[in-house]
Design a protein around this ligand. Structure first.
Ligand SMILES: [Zn+2]
Length: 461
């Protein structure tokens, strides 16, 4: 739990501020960060008392990734069944699979693999949806505790608009949720906590949502659900609850809090952004599934400009990869696509057009530094855990990745100096290493993963 790292270190201090230290130190005592800075300012007490790891020239430290939205039981469906939009996809592929988690043996096998794979891909904090079943949901919590992953675990609740083989009665859903909450609390884990999890407004009656809001208040818990993902879904929610907006449904049931995170928010109206801001409720941006399920392009800039906290989610298995690196790629691709559409009015019509007057010529696409923020500190803020993790600020717990860009799939070349001198001088060697990892790297480039100072991945895992 004690470490002294010497070498390259990078972490986000805000959306636009990525601090890079080329020849630095990072000191950890009892799992917490006690010092960070230039090597020249390293206090002698650290080098004499802490076990030292000297990073190679191809290695650097990054904060661990935060996955704000992942469905653990859908892991077996990764990469299949992405040919339908949301509501049909749920009926055809997702509900039948989730119903299988009544079987605790099956759940144990899958959940062990999910936690192992997410850690291997660098996820140090995950907000998981489990299934409707309290017993197998508790198995997921125990697996996270066992493997040392920081996690919020939710027993999913649904008592409406669901198939008869995968639906709960209101009283059973509330009773099982409370049993599950106490089951997780009784694990006495500093890392793993329960989270209130109505699947989405469409699959819950007002009575159930109100009851869940009451449990969140009673136990002071985090809350997660889905919002405004797909146009058909939004119409159905407005019809079912007779509300002007989707967000009001959650507001009415006391589910909007500063510890609440809603997935997607692709089509949020301006008034809804104000409501989310009022309650300091966050959005989990899941660009991979938004594209794969044809939901739409979420404009993260618009959310950020409205003062809303945003993190990234893999949304497995609407998203086809457990790695937040893919969410980073896709967040950048969606943002660039919006930039092309909004700024240049290019729609692929075969007609060469010039940006019209109504184009937003000031629209700024996200850059890799912004996406790295969303994947780390932004995610921790969105889950209201940024006082604990998300970057390397002194006092936070050491959740980190030791990245090595000399591993496959990256090839490193020493560019002749004369050429290097002519290339962009604005990027330091560490900046370039970070970009290579984010754009081209994968879990093979993550040699070690630390959570609360404890190493939970070795390169050979
Ligand atoms: Zn989801």
């Amino acid at each position: 739990m004690d470490h002294l790292f010497l070498g390259s270190i990078a972490h986000s201090k805000s959306l636009d501020d990525l601090e890079t230290i080329e020849n630095g130190f990072l000191a950890v005592k009892n799992g917490k960060i006690v010092g960070i800075g230039d090597r020249a300012s390293l206090p002698a007490e650290y080098s004499s008392t802490l076990p030292v790891t000297t990073l190679t020239s191809s290695q650097f430290l990054l904060p661990g990734f935060v996955d704000c939205h992942i469905h653990a039981p859908q892991y077996p469906n990764i990469g299949v069944g992405l040919d339908l939009p949301l509501l049909q996809w749920l009926e055809t592929y997702t509900f039948p699979l989730e119903a299988a988690y009544k079987d605790n043996d099956f759940a144990s096998k899958v959940y062990s693999a999910v936690v192992r794979r997410t850690i291997s891909c660098g996820t140090t904090l995950a907000s998981y949806f489990a299934s409707n079943y309290k017993d197998s949901s508790l198995i997921l919590a125990k697996e996270a505790v066992k493997q040392g992953q920081r996690a919020l675990i939710g027993k999913v609740c649904s008592n409406a608009s669901s198939p008869d083989y995968y639906i709960e009665k209101t009283e059973d859903s509330l009773r099982d949720t409370e049993t599950f909450i106490n089951g997780v609390i009784n694990l006495k884990s500093a890392l793993v906590k329960p989270i209130i999890t109505p699947r989405f407004a469409l699959s819950c009656t007002s009575e159930l949502l109100t009851g869940l809001g009451g449990l969140a208040t009673k136990y002071d818990l985090h809350i997660q659900s889905h919002i405004s993902e797909n146009c058909d879904e939004i119409k159905a929610v407005k019809r079912m609850f007779q509300k002007g907006t989707y967000t009001e449904v959650y507001e009415d049931n006391k589910l909007l809090t500063h510890k609440c995170i809603m997935a997607h928010g692709v089509h949020l109206e301006d008034a809804e952004l104000k409501l989310l801001k009022k309650y300091d409720t966050a959005i989990a941006h899941c660009p991979t599934s938004n594209t794969k399920l044809r939901s739409g392009f979420c404009d993260v800039r618009r959310l950020l400009n409205a003062g809303i906290k945003v993190g990234l989610g893999t949304d497995v298995a609407g998203g086809h990869n457990v790695s937040i690196l893919l969410a980073i790629h896709d967040a950048l691709n969606v943002s660039l696509s919006l930039n092309i559409i909004k700024k240049q009015n290019i729609l692929g019509t075969g007609q060469i057009q010039h940006p019209s007057d109504d184009c937003n010529k000031d629209y700024q696409a996200l850059e890799y530094k912004n996406a790295l923020y969303l994947a780390t500190l932004g995610g921790a803020r969105a889950l209201a855990l940024d006082n604990v993790c998300g970057n390397f600020a002194v006092g936070k717990e050491f959740d980190a990745l030791l990245v090595d860009i000399s591993n496959k799939p990256l090839d490193l070349f020493d560019i002749p100096l004369s050429v290097a001198e002519k290339s962009s001088a604005s990027h330091s060697r560490l900046d370039k290493m970070i970009q290579k990892f984010l754009y081209v790297g994968d879990d093979r480039n993550i040699n070690k993963v630390f959570i609360s100072g404890k190493q939970v991945k070795n390169h050979s895992d």
